[in-house]
Design a binder for this molecule. Structure first.
Ligand SMILES: NC(=O)c1ccc[n+]([C@@H]2O[C@H](COP(=O)([O-])OP(=O)(O)OC[C@H]3O[C@@H](n4cnc5c(N)ncnc54)[C@H](OP(=O)(O)O)[C@@H]3O)[C@@H](O)[C@H]2O)c1
Length: 323
């Protein structure tokens, strides 16, 4: 059985773009249940009011899911639902704060009332605050990052697991980060939180083995979204923009949505454990290709590297590294 919401065969998902949303109706979305009634599969996306979450919601709707879009900003969600509906898709807005037990219980209720089996949860809500060294990091920033990225993922996953399992084939996606795989100066709080999210995904996959559930971790590198940097730098647009300045081709939200949709629509026996996706210009967290810089002679390169500096790819300034 395919994990495509259409439930018809294992044809690979083709990459959809924004144009597809405008010009094409999504495929008929249906999941075969025990009683042979075809029903629309339901996907839940947290943090759907902006960036990667909004792009993922649009993409999953285009793939035929009925998408529950969850975040705190209700107005944004209403606009997104209108946009998806106008494009021929199906979506429902659920105002939800993933740091609140009560609010997440409301999300689970909305899922129970949705028009089909809940087969996909995308734990995307999260973010970074600050870029201070551990020595002077703000406890409040660390607390926020832990609450949203780690405990938010835990809370939502716990609340939705029964519905995902009851569907007969559930998929849990955790949007962590390359910051969940490595550390960088100034990123202590964020990398700690993302490492914890990565640990949740790995642990959950082990614990759920043998049940009709799979766990997929998505680790993006640098993604140019409107709000990630603004949240990190308390609304300082200049600092936020500097993160992407001069970087040729950072990822955009739709690139990550594409990865999520591809993983989630593989046949149900296929578990993509972890997908790491970076822009071509970013070989590592600290190594971003600057436009116009040519590869130096090997002697020079060795000499540069001995000093911890690469002329091929200048290390970004401290403020420009973390995703
Ligand atoms: N941008 C990057 O370079 C990058 C790279 C790797 C990984 N990531 C990860 O990808 C995810 C999305 O990032 P993004 O770039 O799309 O950032 P974004 O545009 O700032 O999106 C963050 C989303 O999380 C939601 N959110 C925050 N706190 C919440 C809460 N308490 N309850 C419910 N929702 C909450 C926000 O909605 P409301 O404010 O409306 O609640 C927003 O929709 C994050 O987990 C981030 O860590 C981003």
């Amino acid at each position: 059985m395919s994990s495509s919401p259409s439930g018809f065969g294992n044809s690979p998902a083709r990459p959809l773009g924004v144009t597809d949303l405008i010009t094409e109706r999504p495929p008929m979305a249906a999941a075969r249940l025990g009683d042979n009634v075809a029903m629309t599969s339901v996907a839940i996306v947290t943090g759907a009011s902006s960036g990667i979450g909004a792009a993922t919601a649009r993409r999953l709707a285009a793939e035929g899911f009925h998408v529950l879009v969850a975040a705190r900003r209700a107005e944004r969600l209403t606009e997104l639902v209108a946009e998806i509906t106008a494009a021929g898709g199906q979506a429902t807005a659920v105002t939800c704060d993933i740091t609140s037990d009560e609010s997440v219980a409301g999300l689970a209720e909305a899922a129970a009332a949705a028009p089909g089996p809940v087969t996909l949860l995308v734990n995307n809500a999260g973010g970074a605050r600050g870029l201070d060294p551990v020595e002077s990091g703000s406890i409040a920033d660390w607390q926020w990052m832990y609450d949203v990225n780690v405990l938010g993922t835990l809370r939502v996953t716990q609340a939705l697991l029964p519905a995902l399992e009851a569907s007969g084939s559930g998929t849990i996606v955790v949007v962590s980060s390359t910051a969940g795989l490595t550390v960088y100066e100034g990123g202590g709080g964020y990398t700690a939180a993302k490492h914890a999210q990565t640990a949740i995904a790995g642990t959950l996959r082990l614990e759920l083995c043998g049940r009709p559930l799979r766990v997929i971790e998505i680790d993006p590198g640098m993604v140019k979204t409107d709000e990630f940097g603004l949240v990190r730098f308390e609304g300082d647009a200049e600092r936020a923009a500097a993160v992407y300045a001069g970087v040729p081709g950072p990822l955009v939200a739709e690139d990550v949505a594409d990865c999520i949709a591809w993983c989630a629509t593989r046949p149900e026996h296929v578990n993509i454990d972890r997908l790491v996706v970076r822009p071509r210009a970013q070989a590592a967290q600290h190594k971003v290709r600057e436009p116009g810089l040519r590869a130096p002679q090997s002697r020079t390169k060795q000499h540069s590297e001995a000093r911890g500096v690469s002329r091929v790819c200048e290390p970004r300034s401290r403020e420009q590294r973390g995703q």
